[in-house]
Design a protein around this ligand. Structure first.
Ligand code: NAP
Length: 265
């Protein structure tokens, strides 16, 4: 599982922005992002079409993650939704296919459909999203083959998953895919982050992303529709998070002292 990918939420919602969104994704792939995260929900399928356009004709295509809506996640509905996504993406296999959030169909049915899709070669692996500790325990108990990922809200300013979800996922070797790693941009105005980024010789976004990627078993998928920010965010891979800066970040953004319910955007 690549440690860094491109997010696509809010893409495909406006015809006016489509050109910039496509350009940002293509540029991201050109500079080496190895993964793109999307979903049938994003732009009601249009984000997947933009991703399809961005990856078309590339010698090496990135790892593609997509998600099924809970209301489509029945045994037959999951298969049909995946086939629609494959068509929009213009590919034969989604590398990682996730249940976007819990609800709608019985989990057992969704997992049966995921297995069927994997046997047919239409997906490489499967996982879930927005599952808190209890849901994750249930899912892992239901399906011992659940190894793909659990994609959840996790960033410096929202560290709740560290208390009991992340330890469980590490024990089961299931990667946590951190969404909204910049807290949708809100994190970047925090004075403590700005100061520490200055000390570390990088930008606030790079430090926030470097911190997420430094957490064992965690990968992340920041979204940007501009080349400059796509490039800036990629630079997070080069940031050296020293123990001193990590300790300062812990002081400014303390880890949870108790259970916090999983937040969802
Ligand atoms: N599974 C789920 O339920 C779920 C929920 C939310 C998100 N996700 C996934 O996770 C991805 C990332 O989360 P997100 O999009 O919510 O939030 P995010 O990546 O934390 O932040 C995106 C926002 O920050 C801005 N931004 C990006 N890089 C920046 C930089 N270097 N400097 C300043 N601003 C910057 C972007 O604006 P510009 O585009 O204008 O640059 C955008 O408004 C999504 O796109 C989606 O693929 C999944």
């Amino acid at each position: 599982m690549p440690v860094l990918g491109l997010g696509t939420w809010r893409m495909g919602e406006s015809g006016r922005r489509r050109g910039d969104e496509l350009d940002a994704l293509k540029y991201g792939l050109d500079i080496g992002y190895p993964m793109i995260d999307t979903a049938e929900m994003y732009g009601e399928g249009v984000a997947e079409e933009i991703v399809g356009e961005a990856i078309k004709g590339r010698a090496k295509r990135p790892h593609i993650v997509s998600k099924v809506y809970p209301h489509n996640a029945t045994r037959a509905g999951t298969v049909a939704a995946c086939e629609r996504s494959l068509k929009r993406l213009g590919i034969e296999r989604i590398d990682l296919y996730l249940l976007h959030w819990r609800g709608g169909a019985r989990l057992q049915e969704t997992f049966e459909a995921f297995h069927r899709l994997r046997e047919q070669g239409k997906i490489g692996d499967f996982g879930v999203s927005n599952f808190d500790r209890g849901d994750m325990e249930e899912a892992a108990h239901l399906d011992k083959g659940l190894t793909g990922s659990n994609q959840v809200l996790y960033c410096l300013s929202r560290r709740g998953p560290e208390f009991d979800l992340l330890p469980l996922m590490r024990k089961k070797s299931i990667p946590l895919m951190a969404y909204s790693p910049l807290d949708q941009g809100r994190l970047l105005t925090k004075p403590a982050l700005k100061k520490l980024a200055g000390d570390a010789g990088c930008t606030p976004a790079q430090l926030a992303l470097a911190w997420v990627m430094a957490q064992p078993g965690v990968v992340t998928i920041p979204k940007s529709s501009t080349r400059e920010r796509v490039q800036e965010n990629f630079g997070a891979l080069d940031v050296k998070l020293t123990p001193e800066i990590a300790a300062e970040l812990d002081r400014a953004f303390p880890p949870p002292k108790g259970k916090q319910s999983l937040e969802m955007l």
